[in-house]
Design a protein around this ligand. Structure first.
Ligand SMILES: [Zn+2]
Length: 50
C-alpha cells in the first residue's frame, strides 16, 4: 500500500498496486482525474510506502 498525491487537486490517498508499480494509472477519488503512478521515485506521485 502506498500513499500517493493527486497532481490536480493535491489530495493524498491510498493506493494498492497489483503487480508491478510501473506505469500504473490511478483515478483520484476526490476530483476524478487519472494520473500515472511511476516506479521511479523522482517522477513518482508516491508520498510514502505504508
Ligand atoms: Zn484529485
Amino acid at each position: 500500500m502506498y500513499l500517493v498525491k493527486c497532481p490536480s487537486c493535491k489530495n493524498n490517498m491510498k493506493y494498492q498496486p497489483r503487480g508491478s508499480l510501473d506505469k500504473k494509472k490511478k483515478r483520484c477519488v476526490y476530483c476524478g482525474k487519472s494520473f500515472t503512478i511511476h516506479s521511479n521515485q523522482k517522477k513518482s506521485r508516491i508520498i510514502k510506502k505504508l
